[in-house]
Design a protein around this ligand. Structure first.
Ligand code: ATP
Ligand code: MG
Length: 390
């Protein structure tokens, strides 16, 4: 066993998953385990399924001496495109990212094998890249995000020689495929330490390479609503993860991109578009720019837009709005409204109204709607334009 599983067990934490390394090739592994599937986007790996669990089994990977080998290709800026050369366990250790991630637990004699002084760093709480830090970030810029993630998750410090290039090389992230960044963001923000991760990313000036428009808004208003809103959203997510409640990337991404979307919608409204149209269009624009950086699978971007579009309908409170209670995305949109209200961007009284109405009888609901002048009687009345309370 290698990597996070060993690291976390030694730290007395519960490992998220178990990674296995072996000198058997993926094909060999498949011969041994019937419940095995070979996968491989970047690397060829064996996934061994045990019920719901998947144990990832990787064949020891070597360094890349044989330059003629087709198995290894570099892009111009030194980024590793494929590296699928098998090697020895010592070589396998050296191509891992951090020393604390290069510890092996040998089930043959129950020993921990440490080729890279990982135990020392583990005790000291230090993240240290193997080899030359800048070169290692260059080979795979996602390691920069991993540095921020492990620092946040483990509360480790980053060794100074590995920290400095972080501040200088954020641009490298611009060359990483958007789909890979999305995968990494899930790990960064849905692991229970989202707020810390966010703070680290901003500290190293990496955040702007992931969410440029969000960073633009945040940098203009260091203390204002946008940052309060994002921080609350992240805290919210961390609490839910701790409590074992489900979290969706859609909500989190909707939080991150709300301010750019809201501002753009305001602009479009000022140009004469209806509130609804403006929000639809702003959402479309912001998401389409965002996915050129970090991809967002369609099912999530649809949910994000529903959450955003429903904000306006929640503000109307009329009879039609009542139907929102049945909407599959109501809960998310309501939580989103609460966050906005707590951060001072939406009406607190409006949020309370929606909190209350969920708990009362059908009769009382109609009463509440009528009390807002939300038009209960007439059929198909167009939603009244309410001035936004900002
Ligand atoms: P966790 O599972 O808690 O997120 P982890 O360290 O196990 O942390 P994984 O992404 O599961 O992280 O990777 C397993 C191991 O593979 C790592 O511990 C590390 O040794 C190696 N590894 C993963 N990604 C990289 C990378 N980009 N560069 C070098 N080695 C990597
Ligand atoms: Mg792991």
């Amino acid at each position: 066993m290698v990597g996070g599983g060993v690291r976390d067990l030694l730290l007395g934490r519960e490992p998220k998953d178990f990674d296995v390394a072996t000198d058997a090739t993926p094909e060999d592994v498949k011969q041994v385990f019937r419940n095995c599937r070979l996968i491989g986007r970047r690397f060829r790996l064996a996934h061994v399924h045990f019920g719901r669990e998947i144990i990832e089994v990787a064949t020891f990977r070597g360094m890349h001496e044989s330059t003629s080998d087709q198995a290894r290709q570099d892009s111009e800026n030194g980024m590793l495109l494929r590296d699928n050369v098998y090697g020895t366990i010592e070589e396998d250790a050296l191509r891992r990212d951090f020393t604390v991630n290069a510890l092996y637990y040998n089930i043959e004699d129950f020993s921990v094998v440490d080729y890279a002084d990982g135990l020392k760093d583990l005790e000291a709480g230090v993240l240290r890249l193997l080899g030359d830090p800048e070169q290692r970030y260059r080979e795979d810029p996602v390691r920069m995000l991993r540095a921020a993630r492990f620092a946040a998750k483990l509360g480790f410090t980053i060794n100074p020689a590995c920290e400095k290039p972080l501040l200088e090389n954020g641009d490298l992230l611009d060359g990483v495929p958007p789909a890979r960044l999305f995968d990494e963001l899930l790990k960064l923000f849905l692991g229970g330490t989202a707020l810390h991760a966010f703070e680290k990313l901003r500290h190293f000036d990496l955040f702007r390479h992931l969410f440029p428009e969000t960073e633009e808004c945040l940098s203009h208003e260091e203390q204002g609503f946008p940052i309060t809103f994002v921080i609350r959203g992240l805290k919210n997510t961390d609490t839910r993860v701790r409590e074992g409640k489900p979290v969706t990337p859609a909500f989190l991404f909707a939080v991150f991109l709300w301010e750019p979307t809201r501002l753009r919608a305001q602009q479009l409204e000022a140009e004469g578009r209806s509130r609804h149209d403006a929000m639809m269009e702003a959402g479309r624009e912001v998401i389409s720019r965002q996915i050129s950086r970090v991809s967002i699978p369609k099912r999530f971007s649809l949910q994000m837009r529903e959450i955003w579009n429903m904000q306006h309908r929640l503000e109307l409170r009329g009879k039609r709005a009542l139907r929102l209670l049945e909407h599959p995305r109501f809960r998310a949109a309501y939580d989103f409204l609460l966050l906005r209200a707590e951060s001072g961007e939406a009406d607190v009284e409006l949020a309370e109204w929606w909190t209350l109405i969920q708990d009362v009888s059908e009769e009382k609901r109609i009463e509440m709607v009528n009390a807002t002048g939300g038009g209960g009687r007439k059929r198909r009345r167009r939603p009244r334009k309410r001035p936004a309370k900002e």
